[in-house]
Design a binder for this molecule. Structure first.
Ligand SMILES: Nc1ncnc2c1ncn2[C@@H]1O[C@H](COP(=O)(O)OP(=O)(O)O)[C@@H](O)[C@H]1O
Ligand SMILES: [Mg+2]
Length: 254
C-alpha cells in the first residue's frame, strides 16, 4: 500500500425522492488498500458503489476514481473500475467462458487479447474446468465467482465488490476471499461491501461502518474496537457487532 488516493469521495450524495440513500459522504481509499464498507440492508452500500461505477448519477458531490473525476470524466473512470454487482449480471444460457468474453468485448478488448484475458480471469476464480458449461447449471458460489471474473476482465485498478459472498457455500466463499486477497496483493485497490463482520475483519485494511447513508465510524479494526473500550479481541464477530450496537443501539442483522 502507498499513500496515494485511489478513490477520493467528496460530499457524494444520492437521494431517491425523500430517501437519503447516501448522505453527503466523503472518504479516501488509498492505492492498494482493501477497504470494507460494513452496514445493514438499506444502509446505502449499493447506491454508493453504483455511483462510483458510473451506473447511478449522484444527486450532488463528486469523486476522483483512479485519478479521474466521476462527474467530468466518467469514461476514464469506467475504464479503470471493475464492478461485481450485488445482483448477478450474467447470462444463464451462455457458458462461463462466453459470459466473460462478452464482458471483455464490452470493455473494448478484441481477438486474441479478449480470449487471453478471459482465460486468465476464469483461471483466477477457479472456473477453468467448468468454463464450457452453461451458467444456468452453476452453483450459487460458482455464479458469484464468475460475476467477479467478469468485473476483472479489463484489468481494473479499482475493484468494487458489492456483497460478493452472499448466498455462497463456505468453499466458494473462501475461494472468493482468497482471490480478493491475491488481487489486493498484486496492487488492486478493493472497495468491498458486506454485512458479514467476520469477512470485513478478515480481508480489509480499514473499515467504514455505514448506516442510513452516513459513515458512523471509520478505522482499522483495533481503532474501531477502541470505541467500545479496550478488551482483548477474542471473538471478532462479537466485537464488531458490539461496535455497531454501541453506535446504533441495534444489531447489524436486525
Ligand atoms: N432505485 C431506487 N429507488 C428508490 N429507492 C431506492 C432505490 N435504490 C435504493 N433505494 C433506497 O435507498 C436506500 C439504500 O439502498 P441500498 O443502496 O440498496 O442499500 P444497501 O445496498 O446497503 O442495502 C434504501 O432505503 C433503499 O430502499
Ligand atoms: Mg446492497
Amino acid at each position: 500500500m502507498n499513500g496515494d488516493a485511489a478513490i477520493e469521495i467528496l460530499e457524494l450524495r444520492r437521494r431517491f425522492g425523500p430517501i437519503e440513500a447516501v448522505q453527503p459522504l466523503s472518504l479516501t481509499v488509498h492505492e492498494g488498500e482493501t477497504f470494507g464498507i460494513l452496514g445493514p440492508n438499506g444502509a446505502g452500500k449499493t447506491s454508493l458503489l453504483s455511483m462510483l461505477a458510473t451506473l447511478l448519477p449522484p444527486t450532488s458531490g463528486d469523486a476522483r476514481v483512479a485519478g479521474y473525476s466521476l462527474s467530468r470524466e466518467p469514461g476514464q473512470v469506467r475504464r479503470r473500475v471493475g464492478l461485481a454487482p450485488q445482483q448477478l449480471a450474467l447470462y444463464p444460457e451462455l457458458s462461463g467462458e462466453e459470459n466473460a468474453l462478452f464482458f471483455a468485448r464490452l470493455h473494448g478488448l478484441t481477438g486474441a487479447e479478449a480470449r487471453r484475458r478471459t482465460a486468465e480471469v476464469l483461471e483466477r476464480v477457479g472456473l477453468t474446468p467448468r468454463k464450457r458449461d452453461r451458467v444456468r447449471g452453476y452453483s450459487g458460489g460458482m455464479q458469484r465467482r464468475l460475476n467477479l471474473a467478469c468485473g476483472l476482465v479489463h484489468e481494473p485498478s479499482v475493484l468494487l465488490l458489492d456483497e460478493p459472498t452472499v448466498g455462497v457455500d463456505p468453499q466458494s466463499r473462501d475461494h472468493l476471499l482468497e482471490t480478493i486477497r491475491s488481487l489486493a496483493g498484486a496492487g488492486t485497490t478493493v472497495l468491498y461491501t458486506t454485512h458479514y463482520m467476520e469477512e470485513a475483519q478478515r480481508i480489509c485494511d480499514r473499515i467504514a461502518i455505514l448506516e442510513e447513508g452516513r459513515v458512523i465510524a471509520l478505522g482499522t479494526l483495533p481503532e474501531l474496537l477502541a470505541i467500545v473500550g479496550s478488551t482483548p479481541v477474542i471473538e471478532v464477530r462479537a466485537d464488531l457487532e458490539r461496535v455497531f450496537m454501541h453506535l446504533t443501539g441495534r444489531g447489524l442483522r436486525d
